[in-house]
Write a protein that binds this ligand. Structure first.
Ligand code: HEM
Length: 374
């Protein structure tokens, strides 16, 4: 009897190991002669992008059909928008001196901090968090609709749960249908997406004491000169926002409250860092579920983001924040987004932004950096 139980247990463990191995990816078939910085089309990519966009339009339409205000379909709840400056450093390595990093200088920025989840829930519950950085007064040819801005979008995890746009579409479908677990653990054990599931657990269990005291990553790559890079944003060493303990009794909106308290008293500072792709296999362009190892290619600080002490938690400023459109394709050609997931985003962000601004009777405008609401 005991032997039988042992065999069954061993069988289950073997199944689990097999499904973890299968679930690891890589998701995208990479050719043997893969090149640095090169993009590879995913099979059926255009149809997947269209279906993803339509799914999101339907979702936002359905969710807000009885509301006065239509929110974003992802990252709908903002902790706040704050103003600051993006100061490109003078000692940027020559290979990285492209686009806004070409020369030392300072750009005004608006930064929107958000929770990723589509449902409002207490901040203490696990979620991905976002930082949308909009540089203003950036001249030069652009990929997307805005002519004067450069946006950088980063989140509180180094990798995405899934790397391929088809997987992502299935994940969105399950999440929008209210059954996300169906994506991860649906079907037979060999169909389980255990690698993606592990990453989601990692994301959701990350403790975030403050939006100003945590690290962010782009997860997906971007062009920079001849190479592909990822971005990361980290509190500056020694800055007042560098260290922060979790609140003892975190309220439902503790992330906004903590930021109000921190910026009510002191300035905040972040390093904006760039990591160059040096190996096309170990650091793939087409699979954002793979972490680019910092031991192979370290992040280099190319700019400082300075956020002066300020009051930002006002109804007028929140309204302004709602009407901003942050989009990775609000970008110089020099920083063009790369990879299949980014190409899907190209189909989605603009359409969602157009839709919600129209529903809210707002004319799309680019900020000037001179807006003040206090
Ligand atoms: C197929 C993949 C993705 C889809 C379909 C998607 C979709 C969206 C949508 C619809 C919005 C709201 C846009 C608006 O209404 O203006 C949004 C916002 C956002 N997304 Fe994604 N996203 C994807 C991947 C990513 C990735 C890889 C990141 C990593 C940095 C990311 C970070 C963000 C952030 C930070 C925001 C909030 C921007 C803001 O504050 O306005 N997304 N996303």
């Amino acid at each position: 009897m005991l032997k039988k139980i042992a065999y069954i247990l061993m069988g289950l463990v073997a199944l689990l190991v097999l499904s973890i191995a299968i679930g690891q990816g890589p998701y995208v078939e990479i050719p043997a002669d893969v090149e640095l910085g090169k993009e590879y089309e995913f099979p059926g990519e255009a149809a997947i992008a269209e279906e993803t966009a339509q799914l999101m339009i339907n979702s936002i339409e359905e969710r807000h059909k009885n509301d006065d205000l239509t929110l974003r379909d992802a990252h709908p709840f903002a902790h706040g928008c704050v103003r600051g400056s993006f100061q490109v450093q003078s000692e940027v390595p020559a290979s990285m001196r492209h686009g806004v990093f070409a020369a030392a200088g300072s750009y005004p920025v608006w930064i929107r901090f958000s929770n990723g989840g589509v449902k409002r829930k207490p901040d203490i519950e696990g979620d991905i968090r976002g930082m949308g950085i909009k540089l203003i007064g950036v001249p030069g040819p652009k990929v997307g609709p805005e002519k004067n801005t450069q946006d950088f979008l980063v989140i509180t995890n180094p990798v995405m749960p899934a790397g391929d746009p088809g997987e992502y579409l299935e994940l969105f479908k399950a999440a929008i249908g209210g059954k996300p677990m169906g994506y991860f653990l649906g079907g037979m054990p060999w169909d389980w997406k255990l690698s993606a599931f592990r990453k989601v657990i990692q994301i959701r269990s990350r403790e975030i004491p403050s939006m100003l005291s945590t690290r962010y990553w782009s997860t997906v790559p971007f062009r920079l000169g001849e190479t592909a890079v990822k971005y990361s944003v980290r509190p500056c060493e020694g800055a007042p926002n560098a260290e922060r303990a979790m609140p003892e009794y975190p309220g439902d909106n503790y992330l906004r409250e903590t930021m109000v308290e921190q910026l009510g008293e002191e300035n905040a500072c972040f390093d904006f860092m760039v990591q160059a792709q040096v190996d096309p296999r170990l650091m793939p362009v087409e699979d954002p579920a793979v972490d680019w190892d910092e031991a192979l290619s370290p992040f280099v600080t190319v700019a400082k983001i300075e956020i002066p002490a300020q009051t930002f938690d006002t109804p007028a400023q929140h309204r302004f924040c709602e009407n901003l459109t942050l989009n990775p394709f609000n970008s110089l050609e020099a920083h063009r987004p790369l990879g299949a997931l980014n190409r899907v985003r190209k189909q989605v962000y603009d359409r969602i932004a157009e839709y919600r601004l129209k529903k809210n009777a707002v004319v799309r405008t680019e900020p000037t950096g001179a807006e003040r609401f206090e």
